[in-house]
Design a binder for this molecule. Structure first.
Ligand code: ATP
Length: 690
């Protein structure tokens, strides 16, 4: 909501626009009321299908009503296009907003930004004006009151700078609370990705603040508009790195009228909760793609070679299926099925062989006889010996506790890697085992090897995907086998030791190798001075990536304060106090082990800081937030104070990547306060980087 618009209050045209806004609001309220008052057709009967249909209809009505609620702080429209007469039948002037609003008789008042007629709002230029005569952008107060507008005629020569000024004003609007939508200022390169079709999948590599998260969220809203029916069945899920991040983005989709999208962490998507943790070495090996082969081998090693056949008796008759015949069936099945259906198929094939023997002796047995043979004691005994029933926990327990079994299943791992995998103190049985997050993914993989999972998700958005392990990506891909994905991330921000390292690998693990990979390199969040400073780390952390460009510059964007140990806390308090005199949000970011002491120091100085991660919505309530470095990813603040970069680097193996993340969170100002020397990667400027 840009506040500085050219047309002043009181002008007749502005008053006309205000009246139009009031009319549109009243119309939306009527649309909402119509839905509220509509009876849901309920079908009689109490069986599951009928109950399910009734519940779905009630929920559909609730969602529709919710989507039509007029949100008091969200403007109903943000732009307008004047088309050449006759371009669109009966509609030369189009107001563009977050939702479609009609007057009750079907005539549109506000057109949804996702509709084809809205596209030129984002794409038309003077050299390619797409039959548009004029583009108008509106300014609103924080209470969504129309304060003015700017017109951009597209006829004539030259380019106007209004769009850039508008974008800049929008980005620099002080941040309060969670992330907001960018629907009024989506840029053409972002719009390409937002409106890309549902298939194939899309993968976006983008430097910090290039709008990846914003693109992912707007793309979901767009896909739900164009493919609602297809996506309704499987659903759409957004997977983010942690609860703080999800809380930060939670309001964008509802503001765009989409209230039925799950936004969760990967741990929440995998059904089994973790109850233990891993050493980093173990977590790394468990996340490695080679684990998939190891698990497959470990599982299938339970299938043995029959040493005896089956002797089936019916009355006085005996039917024998020889061991070599069983062995042939087993070996054909192991090549072609999953574990559990293979076991059932083995029983059926043996039973079929018995039936053939019966027929050879003149009987004419039917299917019921075959089923009875398949369930008979001799067949069951053979199954238990040759193809035993197993559960994922059994297999994993054995792998992590039995060094010989592990060595036999995992010969591609080094001795050190196998040692890292083995439990120091193994639980007595699989039933009493506690599983770490990495283990739950291995169990998930095993479950799929035993019985194919359904994989029916319609669309999956993965944010910060550069951090996911191969096994996490495989688990995600399994849930979306027929659906498509939007994969968002930045390889330079990969902080996990198990990060896949390239988009080809990520997409391979996800089984979305058909994805189109695109790059965003215009940084909207971070002023150029800060981006250039942070980019000094790139030659070390991501030498193959290009250096991003910041679209804004600010003379006072970056300052570095060197202090000594005794004055360190006081210097930080002073820096935070000064930052709070400006507008918007302020973050103090420090290494995780340092943050709570610093939080206490700020509190003792009376600055009322919140501590990120303590609850879920601390960014909504306090202007000053203390952020542990490991939770900073994906977030942004108007002013950022980074304490002791060297400590952030020293805290973890990929500390320089973490520092890159931390340095790129500020929208207006970054101040670095340090008592120990800055990491040399920041002070020794490589050639070609300013
Ligand atoms: N077209 C735009 N108009 C206005 N603001 C924008 C636009 N594109 C991005 N922004 C703003 O820039 C900031 C960064 O966007 P976003 O968080 O989506 O970037 P990102 O690429 O996901 O960053 P990171 O890599 O740090 O997670 C946000 O405040 C977002 O609203």
């Amino acid at each position: 909501m840009v506040q500085s618009a050219l047309i002043p209050a009181g002008s007749p045209e502005l008053e006309a626009e205000r009246a139009f806004l009031a009319e549109a609001r009243a119309a939306l309220s009527r649309m909402h009321q119509v839905v509220e008052e509509r009876d849901v057709p309920l079908i009689g009967g109490e069986d599951n299908d009928e109950r399910f249909t009734n519940e779905s209809n009630i929920r559909a009505k609730q969602l529709r009503a919710q989507a039509l609620l007029d949100l008091p702080d969200v403007p109903l429209f943000f732009g307008l296009l004047d088309y050449e007469i006759g371009t669109i039948e009966g509609l030369d002037r189009v107001h563009i907003g977050r939702r479609h609003v009609h007057d009750g008789s079907g005539a549109p008042l506000v057109i949804d930004w996702r509709a084809p007629v809205s596209v030129p709002f984002y794409r038309a230029t003077r050299s390619d004006r797409q039959r548009v005569l004029l583009r108008r952008r509106y300014g609103f107060s924080d209470a969504a009151e129309l304060t003015g507008f700017e017109d951009e005629p597209l006829i004539g020569t030259g380019e106007s700078g209004q769009a850039d000024a508008f974008l800049r004003a929008e980005i620099e609007r002080p941040r309060t609370g969670p992330m907001r939508d960018i629907v009024a200022t989506i840029q053409p390169e972002q719009d390409d990705l937002v409106r890309a079709p549902l298939h194939p999948s899309v993968c976006v590599q983008g430097a910090p603040g290039t709008g990846k998260t914003a693109v992912g969220l707007h793309r979901v809203a767009y896909l739900l508009y164009t493919e609602r029916e297809r996506l309704r069945r499987g659903g759409v899920v957004i997977v983010g790195p942690n609860r703080s991040f999800l809380s930060y983005i939670r309001k964008v989709l509802p503001a765009l009228g989409e209230v039925d999208v799950r936004q969760i962490t990967i741990d929440e998507l995998i059904s089994q909760p973790a109850t233990a943790s891993d050493e980093p070495e173990a977590a790394s090996v468990k996340g490695d793609a080679r684990m998939a082969r190891v698990l497959r081998r470990a599982l299938w090693s339970h299938v043995g070679t029959p040493t005896e056949g089956v002797l089936y008796s019916k009355g006085s008759q005996r039917f024998r299926v020889h061991d070599y015949e069983v062995a042939e069936i087993v070996s054909a099945l192991r090549e072609s099925t999953r574990y559990a259906p293979g076991r059932n198929a083995l029983a059926q094939r043996i039973a079929h062989a018995v039936l053939v023997l019966m027929e050879q002796r003149g009987d004419s047995p039917d299917d019921r006889v075959q089923n009875a043979v398949a369930r008979s004691k001799p067949v069951k005994q053979l199954l238990d010996a040759v193809w035993p029933r197993v559960v994922p926990e059994q297999v994993l327990h054995r792998l992590l506790s039995d060094a010989d079994f592990l060595a036999q299943s995992a010969d591609e791992f080094t001795v050190e890697e196998r040692t890292a995998l083995l439990w120091r103190k193994a639980p007595r049985s699989w039933k009493s085992a506690k599983w770490s997050g990495a283990d739950t993914l291995l169990l998930d993989e095993l479950e799929d090897l035993i019985e194919r999972s359904s994989g029916s998700l319609g669309h999956l958005v993965l944010d910060e995907a550069q951090d996911l392990s191969a096994m996490q990506l495989r688990a995600l891909g399994r849930r979306c086998r027929t659906g498509s994905a939007t994969v968002l991330g930045d390889l330079a921000q990969a902080t996990t030791p198990w990060a896949a390292g390239s988009w080809d690998r990520v997409l391979g693990h996800l089984e979305k190798t058909d994805a189109v990979v695109a790059e965003l390199d215009r940084g909207f969040r971070v002023p150029a001075q800060i981006i250039d400073f942070a980019a000094r780390l790139l030659p070390q952390i991501a030498p193959t990536l290009g250096v991003p460009s910041g679209i804004r510059t600010r003379a006072d964007a970056l300052s570095i304060v060197s202090t000594d140990e005794p004055s360190f806390a006081d210097t930080l308090v002073a820096a935070c106090r000064t930052a709070l005199t400006g507008e918007g949000s302020v973050a103090l970011i420090a290494a995780d082990e340092q943050i709570s002491d610093l939080h206490d120091a700020l509190a003792a100085a009376g600055l009322h800081p919140a501590l990120l991660g303590a609850t879920e919505d601390e960014m909504d309530t306090e202007r000053l937030v203390c952020v542990p470095a490991t939770l900073a990813k994906g977030l942004e603040f108007d002013a950022v104070i980074v304490a002791e970069p060297a400590q952030i680097v020293a805290a973890e193996p990929r500390g320089l990547h973490r520092l890159y993340v931390v340095l790129t969170r500020a929208v207006t100002r970054l101040q670095i306060v340090h008592a120990t020397p800055l990491p040399t990667a920041l002070t020794e400027v490589p050639a070609g980087i300013s």
